[in-house]
Write a new protein. Sequence first.
Length: 111
Amino acid sequence: MLDNVALPDSTPPPIVSIEIEQYRRQCHSGFKRAPIIIRFAYARCVQLETQVEKAQAVYAGERVRFQAGDSTVLLVTKMERQLTEAKLELVDAQVEYQLGTLVLRVITCQI
C-alpha cells in the first residue's frame, strides 16, 4: 500500500539565473554605497563631536550659574537633556560608521 505513495523531493530547486543577477546587482550597489556611507557617517561623527563638546560647555556653564544662584533647575535640566541628546546622536553616527565599515569588509571578503 505504501509503495504507491510518492515521497516529496528533498533536493533544493535550482537557482534561477535571474536571482543570481539580482544578487550580483545588490552586491555591486552595496560596494558602491559603502564608501559613501562611511564618508558621510565620519563627517557626521566629527560634526557631532563638536556639538557634544559645545553642549558640555553650555551645561557646565549653566551649572556654575545655578550654583551662583543666577539660574533655575529647569534651565540646568534643559541643558543636561540637550547634552544627552547630542551624545545619543553621536552614538547613532558611530554605529552607522561601524555598519558601513562592516558592509565594506563583508563585500570585500575581509571578515
